[in-house]
Design a protein around this ligand. Structure first.
Ligand code: PLP
Length: 367
């Protein structure tokens, strides 16, 4: 499904660029290059509202600086991010999305082969790379509330465990662990193994970050991203927050430390980081669209997992036929997976209009 979406986007990009639309975009006209207006992309947890107006302006103001490396800008951006989290610039390392950070931490712990403890289901895209580094995964099922089973994760640590991965809130369930409980767990477990805390969605639930623990503990890395609430998924920027010794080690695995992001992207992130109004607006709109979807699921008697993120997991076991195919036929792209012994769909929150279309499509498929 993702492959066909990418292929569609690629072809559309060529077609639109050939039509000279790219020039309009750079001229600041209100034209959308991608996706086409009738495509409803609810399968990758992208932000339907972003980039923010400030980030858009920064992109247009700075695209001509694309002939310059971002090395002067990196310290400026680090300073702003450090201010935002009340940490120091030495606690930050940039990557092309938080995916790169997950990869660097995996590489770091893989020099002595062993296992990684993660939840099932949880965010997996980086797992194949970690396996290529020689790590293997111990997957601990979520508990009955569809939350991370921290007790079981802790008791599964053995002599070969190199890392515990915590995705909080968790993708694909959207559930989260209470801050005090999580902090106890991280402090305890990091005495023996690395803890990688993936905070891709914390802003949607207004959860506190574990940054304060990470900057003092070489065995804890927090992965942050601009892809989700900041709406910069395509710009590709994320970062690690960690102790300076850990940051130095991770940075040495990059061919050019901190420099995997573009000048335009760094400027967009700089305009975004302190934009509290945009973050609040996205959180609020996402909450509203979640409520709209819950109502629709209730009407159709479809089980769902109450979410604190920009996506919802709901049960489609009782629906007949090829669910994602039927959605695709209506130009709606969602993610389909088997979990907990049944069939589930993870739907990302789009705009209000997009979610109305999603609900209408779901009703027509269900009845
Ligand atoms: N972590 C989680 C939990 C995600 O859901 C995603 C993307 O969907 C990522 C990390 C990677 O995001 P990016 O590389 O765009 O920062």
């Amino acid at each position: 499904m993702n492959t066909s979406r990418r292929e569609w986007l690629r072809q559309s990009a060529f077609a639109l660029a050939a039509a000279g639309i790219a020039a309009d975009v750079f001229a600041g006209k209100e034209k959308k290059l991608l996706p086409a207006d009738n495509m409803i992309l609810l399968n990758s947890n992208e932000n339907a509202y972003g980039p923010s107006p400030k980030a858009r302006k920064a992109i247009l103001d700075h695209y001509l600086s694309s002939n310059r490396y971002p090395d002067d800008l990196i310290p400026v951006l680090k300073k702003e991010i450090a201010k935002h989290w009340n940490i120091r610039p030495e606690n930050i390392l940039f990557g092309a999305g938080s995916s790169e950070i997950l990869g660097l931490v995996s590489l770091h712990v893989s020099f002595t082969k062993g296992n990684v403890i993660t939840a099932e289901p949880s965010y997996r895209v980086w797992n194949e790379q970690a396996e290529a580094f020689g790590l293997n995964f111990i997957r601990i099922p979520l508990n009955s509330e569809r939350k991370l089973d921290l007790e079981k994760m802790k008791s599964s640590i053995n002599a070969a465990t190199r890392m515990v991965y915590i995705c909080n809130p968790n993708n694909p369930t959207g559930t989260y662990i209470d801050d005090a409980v999580l902090r106890n767990f991280v402090n305890e477990v990091s005495k023996s193994v690395m803890v990688l805390a993936d905070e891709a969605y914390t802003e949607f639930a207004d959860l506190p970050s574990l940054a304060d623990i990470a900057v003092n503990n070489p065995n804890v890395v927090v992965a942050k991203t601009f892809s989700k609430i900041y709406g910069l998924a395509g710009a590709r920027i994320g970062y690690a927050i960690a102790h300076p010794d850990t940051i130095n080690k991770l940075g040495r695995y990059q061919p050019w430390t901190d420099m995997g992001i573009s000048t335009v992207t760094a400027n967009a992130a700089l305009a975004s980081v302190a934009d509290k109004a945009f973050v609040d607006e996205c959180r609020e709109k996402t909450k509203q669209t979640r409520e709209m979807c819950y109502e629709c699921f209730r009407q159709l008697s479809l089980e769902y997992v109450p979410s604190h993120t920009s996506f919802i997991l709901f049960n489609i076991s009782k629906l007949k036929g090829d669910f994602s195919g039927q959605m695709r036929a209506r130009n709606i792209f969602v993610q389909y997976r088997e979990h907990f012994g049944g069939k589930w769909c993870r739907v990302s929150m789009g705009t209000t209009e997009e979610m109305k279309a999603f609900c209408a499509a779901l009703k027509s498929i269900s009845t």
